[in-house]
Design a protein around this ligand. Sequence first.
Ligand code: HEM
Length: 422
Amino acid sequence: MTTGHDVTVNSYAAAREALRHRELRQALYDEGDVVMADVLVNLHGSAHRDRRRLENRLFRRATNLRYELELFPPVVADTLKPHVESGRGELVSLSHQMMMNLAAVTAGVDRPDGTAAGSDRLYQLMMLFIEGATLAHYSGDRAAKRAEVAAALDEFDGVFLAPSIQRRRDALARMASGDLDEHDLPGDILTVLLRNLDHLELPHDVVVRETAFYLLAGAHTSATAFVRTLDAVFALDATAPDDADQARDDLEFLQCCVHETIRLQPSSPVAMRWAMADVELADGTRLARGDRVVIDLMAANRDPQVFGDDADRFDPRRVAHDGAAPWGLSFGSGMHACIGQELAAGGEVVRPGGNRTSAADGLAGLGGGRAGPDRLYGLVPVAVRAVLDAGAEPDPENSPVPDPDSARGYWARYPVVFEVSP
Ligand code: HEM
């Protein structure tokens, strides 16, 4: 795409309209193409629609529930156990390990040797993929980092993906010969891709990147939201102790804390799109073909017209107006809206007899519309609760350290102690 001007939009309405506009094409990952070339979030038009339609099938409510109720709890418990037993943990690495273990199930990445060393290596590769995808924000030698990420993808392909592909091909062959029921196929992205290689015209290198992308898209965003929510709950201990207690006792309120955290700190502070044609937005913003629109999610999510005059404040009881979701635009909108939103953060918390556009009221009796056996809280709230249940508190001797290399407000380290009452 030839570059024109950068045009920034920062109101909620214009940001949402830009995200949903069909003549505006993904631009955020141009520099991250070593991992992101031809992956779902970078496709446009019919290529995007065809792949999304297939991959959507994996994220149905029944599957999300199975993850939340069956597959995820042991992953959380196993990841937490050694830290709780030692009495100490570091939330940044712990959260990425936990969310990677889950994302590996969704993506379809097996750990063939089943060892801790194998998981550690996959974790290191995933962290390199994250650096590759966000290369535009990298302050060091980008060419060297890109080469390192390309080598990591080759290793991922040989060590992890090749046996994962073989296992799924075997399962597909058994299904073809009638020895395996379709329902017993692995429920993951890799299986979806392998079943549709011809239909989607997918070369092997795209299968490698799409799987790596699911690993990082599922793990990194959720891990970041997890650490930030815990930080917000720890802050409530000093500013609003009753709310801190409620966050520890009431999963629905904790879910609201996660949504409010994600609104205030979107995983990427901006989205970007290229104008494929001349475009005029409803507020009069004009884009010429070739311009790049910078969608300021951080500003849109704090638009006072939608989130109130105190939009900068952390308030899990906030009610958004104009039909906005409590997390604002942090899960995107339109064709690229996050496929894993419900899996990560559950459904919206709806007030009995009201809706999210109604006037603010208390959270008493929340969730009446969504209660029941198919109530999804989301993996981030469930994981945060497990850490709080284990008695996590900030380590009084080791303060959290912000990441000096990141403009995105990440933590480099967040040490905690676990104080479970006997
Ligand atoms: C707190 C957690 C998460 C956040 C904040 C988040 C955020 C986002 C955002 C903002 C987008 C849109 C990007 C754009 O428009 O440019 C997106 C897309 C996407 N997300 Fe998430 N995400 C989260 C969790 C997940 C999980 C758990 C998965 C996978 C299981 C996932 C998979 C994807 C995929 C595949 C897309 C691309 C969709 C498409 O282009 O059609 N995300 N996510």
